[in-house]
Design a protein around this ligand. Sequence first.
Ligand SMILES: NC(=O)c1ccc[n+]([C@@H]2O[C@H](COP(=O)([O-])OP(=O)(O)OC[C@H]3O[C@@H](n4cnc5c(N)ncnc54)[C@H](OP(=O)(O)O)[C@@H]3O)[C@@H](O)[C@H]2O)c1
Length: 333
Amino acid sequence: MTAEIRWGIVGPGRIAESVMGDFAHVPGARPVAVASRSLDRATAFARQHGIERAHGSYADILADPDVDVLYVATPHPQHAAIALAAIDAGTALLVEKAFTATTAGAAEVVGRARERGVFVMEAMWTRFQPAVVRLRELIAEGAIGEVRSVQADLGVAREYDPRDRLFALELGGGALLDLGVYVVSFAQMLLGTPDTVRVAGSLFPTGVDAEAGLLLGYDDGRTATLTASLRHPTPGQARVFGTTGWIDVLPRFHHPDTIVLHRAGGEPETITRRPTGTGYAHELIEVTECLRAGRTESAVMPLADTLAVQDVLGRAADALGVRHAEDPAVLRV
Ligand SMILES: NC(=O)c1ccc[n+]([C@@H]2O[C@H](COP(=O)([O-])OP(=O)(O)OC[C@H]3O[C@@H](n4cnc5c(N)ncnc54)[C@H](OP(=O)(O)O)[C@@H]3O)[C@@H](O)[C@H]2O)c1
């Protein structure tokens, strides 16, 4: 691995556009290539962001020998095929959330990464936000005793448009994979893998879920109550309840500035930790540092957690009757 970590961007869409500015806050990282299904789009993105090489197909960037790590920013069903091909080429990966469209897809990617010893991380930026890092420290210090329960909600009212990726089944649409992944990953971070998953919700006419309420159960009595919705707005707040107090993660909890610690019998303590840049810099720094250190996984966002989260999302989708599938054809365009 070179001293400078050279990044390639796959799928120059909305999120790739938002993330680019944060590379300025990542020491030792440089975006050097971008790939789109259209050379014109890749060239325009490269010009706009000062990237040297524009590739007119995803296969081309996979064959680019001067890329150390790919940031996969396509819709979810297009993640697995790209990730598998990158792993086979020995290229490290940061894969947008949701990691894949299906549990089987996630298991295949994780299995291949472990087999080949290639670094892969899900781009769950929440875990790297300074306020969330402080939350984990407080819990580890025993500030609220033993964590027994987590609540989290993330909802937006989006106008139904069957052509939009959020509502299209073949593009992995629905509240669960786009927003539910945040609430489930937050619970996973604090409580671990649940023993039971219960869900209620509704579907849009395209067959993707519009809203979902999840109850995660643990055999020792711990619980998580989670809400995700594309039908109605919610504050986007999380609360972590312990045996001697609780912590509020103020909206929006998936990239918060502020947490409020309530120790039993004490005054609330407000703790503010602002993110760097737009908040994406922290996950980019994690990947860059892991690669420099020769690691194959992030300790903060381990692949076991990614798999467990995808499994919960898959069970919830199954229970609601949502039939997601991976898109193996994405590399043929
Ligand atoms: N971390 C966050 O804050 C955050 C926020 C939003 C989204 N995301 C995640 O990022 C991923 C992309 O979301 P987005 O909102 O950026 O999506 P988007 O703008 O709709 O699509 C991203 C790009 O994917 C490429 N693509 C490849 N196959 C495609 C297909 N079959 N249909 C449509 N586009 C295809 C397209 O680029 P080319 O055709 O030019 O190659 C497109 O511009 C999703 O997994 C999403 O959950 C993360």
